[in-house]
Design a protein. Structure first.
Length: 301
């Protein structure tokens, strides 16, 4: 009984941190639970498995590091994001889109994509390219959207492969193919559909990446965000793991000293397993999605 109460307390604190809700109730929970229609994925699909795993804590940091290397993506974050003033608020906004797209109904996904697309309409400006010329950007530009998409896709995939003990159903190709569907409601269709295509797409962006003073400023912030004091040692290890799991060339560009993956890998796997044990197996969002899929007749007991 005491262990259950401790798990409930720790789970509440964990959900408060990620959702930004004082009660620990994610504001997207009701969106995922609503209705009796299916969505993009089932509990046996690769995106569902990957995104329900705590290795996404590493993947999210890794994706932000990758995005910071593209001057266009970086300009949008610096000029139109509240990441410095409200880092947890920005985090919860990203988690909302990811969660609804993974677990929500088709209607919920369409509504969430419309919300994101409306936000993107106002994100525009100019930036200095890696070659030094001034370019205009819009968040809805397919080239920038694709970079953000593949940065997240590669980061969640690699982090799961390195830091999770759960196998991916169908392996990496299945994850890339199925998660490609997530970009379609945002108006993006030309995205990788297998792991080889993902690697080729990443390589095609290499000449567009650069490190400027603005990049270093964001990276410094990502190294030491203003998180609650108790969370900082945990985040420090997650950051080191995100950095260590990047390709060598990107890690050299970032220029932050990282511990070897062979050192941080086992430590991070142990940490994630400890967090999982501490907060317990209950996941209200997954449970709500499964209940909706049962109402839809897609899942049966």
């Amino acid at each position: 009984m005491a262990n259950n109460r401790l798990q409930e307390c720790l789970a509440l604190r964990f959900r408060r941190l990620l959702s930004g809700d004082p009660a620990g109730i994610p504001p997207w929970l009701s969106v995922v639970a609503a209705g009796d229609a299916p969505g993009q994925y089932l509990p046996t699909d690769a995106p569902w498995i990957v995104h329900s795993d705590l290795a996404t804590l590493v993947g999210g940091v890794r994706a932000l590091l990758m995005q910071a290397l593209h001057p266009g993506s970086l300009a949008g974050v610096r000029s139109h994001s509240r990441y410095k003033d409200d880092p947890l608020g920005r985090l919860s906004g990203t988690i909302r889109w990811l969660t609804i797209t993974t677990y929500g109904s088709h209607e919920a996904i369409a509504n969430e994509a419309a919300r994101v697309n409306r936000m993107h309409e106002h994100v525009r400006g100019t930036y200095q390219s890696a070659g030094g010329d001034t370019r205009s950007y819009r968040a809805a530009n397919p080239d920038l959207l694709r970079w953000v998409h593949i940065a997240f896709m590669d980061s969640f995939l690699r982090s799961h492969q390195v830091f999770s003990t759960r196998p991916i159903p169908g392996d990496a190709d299945a994850y890339v193919r199925l998660w490609a569907k997530s970009a379609e409601p945002l108006g993006l269709h030309d995205v990788p559909r297998d792991e080889a295509a993902l690697q080729a797409c990443l390589a095609a962006y290499r000449d567009e990446l650069a490190v400027t003073d603005e990049t270093r400023d964001v990276i410094r912030w990502l190294c030491h965000p203003p998180l609650p004091l108790a969370s900082r040692p945990v985040y420090a290890l997650l950051f080191q793991s995100a950095l260590a799991s990047l390709p060598d060339d990107l890690r050299r560009m970032i220029g932050v000293r990282s511990l070897p993956l062979k050192v941080v890998g086992p430590a991070t796997r142990g940490l994630l397993q400890a967090i999982s044990f501490a907060i317990g197996p209950d996941n209200p969002v997954e449970e709500a999605a499964i209940a909706r899929l049962r109402r839809a007749g897609v899942l049966v007991d």
